[in-house]
Design a protein around this ligand. Structure first.
Ligand SMILES: Nc1ncnc2c1ncn2[C@@H]1O[C@H](COP(=O)(O)OP(=O)(O)OP(=O)(O)O)[C@@H](O)[C@H]1O
Length: 285
């Protein structure tokens, strides 16, 4: 059963459509990078998956159950704005959460505090740095033992050390418990090393969705003469040209024509190619 499925999902705010006609399925286990530029619709997608925003069109399901205004018991969501009690100390915050959740044991409280080795457990939450706040919120989200963990920009406030530590904790969770993690970021390099699946969105639409290795294998970068591409077979995603040469990103390419050199793209150039193409479509009349 897929942890998260969206079918023809759209979300319109008063300002316009934030998400349009999104259909995708997330496989179970592993880390999905939800990537897109600022304002692409990442938070809106995650909020709909968590039951905090209602789709205007289509249907969102988690573990086969339609999300209708309430979060699935096996799903945990870390919003961009961390919702914690600022007047409590870190220790009190974790205990308060345990007291409100009958699935939490005393052991679980110690586990959460154990994950927060670099954070002062007696500091008031309101005095913590943004990075430490994020660490507390992620540790608490993890200890709810979700089968699907939705993280909205979890790494944006973290320094490089804290970021590596958080990624290590998340990867341990995935390996030990088979948790599925969907992690949004507008910086691909932040999530690249831990994700095996990518969901690229731009202007609220899915541009790319799938296993990274499979997606890369279906694309090629072709470099050839500046004069053109008439003999190139496949779907041209994006094209650029200098006086000397043309560079194409191709999906499902045919045989490489004479005079062209072909290489497999890395994920960064593939993402850039799709985003550039989307920008060109927007700016052309
Ligand atoms: N509550 C809201 N009311 C009106 N418009 C909204 C609301 N939330 C988001 N939007 C708009 O919807 C679009 C998508 O926003 P969203 O926050 O989902 O994107 P994002 O990819 O998460 O961006 P970022 O990386 O900057 O957080 C943006 O144009 C945003 O201004």
């Amino acid at each position: 059963m897929s942890p998260l499925t969206m079918t023809a999902v759209g979300k319109r705010y008063r300002t316009g459509w934030a998400v349009r006609d999104c259909s995708f399925t997330i496989p179970e286990g592993g880390v999905v990078a939800l990537v897109g530029p600022n304002g692409a619709g990442k938070s809106t997608l995650l909020r709909m998956a968590a039951g905090l925003a209602r789709p205007t069109t289509g249907e969102v399901s988690t573990f086969g159950t339609p999300v209708r205004g309430r979060i699935h018991p096996h799903v945990s969501f870390l919003p961009q704005r961390r919702s914690l009690y600022r007047e409590l100390t870190v220790r009190e915050q974790v205990r308060a959460c345990a007291a409100m959740n009958d699935r939490w044991s005393t052991d679980r409280v110690h586990e959460v505090l154990g994950l927060l080795a670099g954070v002062d457990h007696d500091a008031k939450v309101g005095t913590l740095s943004a990075g430490a706040l994020t660490q507390v919120a992620i540790a608490m989200a993890l200890r709810r033992l979700p089968r699907l963990l939705l993280l909205d920009e979890p790494l944006s406030d973290l320094d490089p050390l804290a970021r590596d530590e958080m990624l290590r904790i998340i990867m341990t969770e995935v390996a030990d418990r088979g948790t599925t993690v969907v992690m949004s970021s507008h910086v691909l390099s932040d999530v690249r090393e831990v994700c095996d699946h990518i969901l690229l969105i731009d202007e609220g639409r899915v541009q790319v969705n799938g296993e990274i290795e499979e997606i890369l294998a279906r694309h090629r970068i072709l470099i050839g003469p500046a004069t053109g591409r008439s003999d190139v077979d496949g779907t041209v995603i994006s094209a650029s040209r200098t006086e000397r040469q043309s560079t194409l990103l191709l999906r499902e390419p045919g045989p490489t024509p004479e005079g062209w050199a072909s290489t497999e793209p890395d994920l960064e150039s593939l993402v850039m190619g799709y985003l550039r193409a989307a920008r060109e479509r927007r700016s052309s009349p």
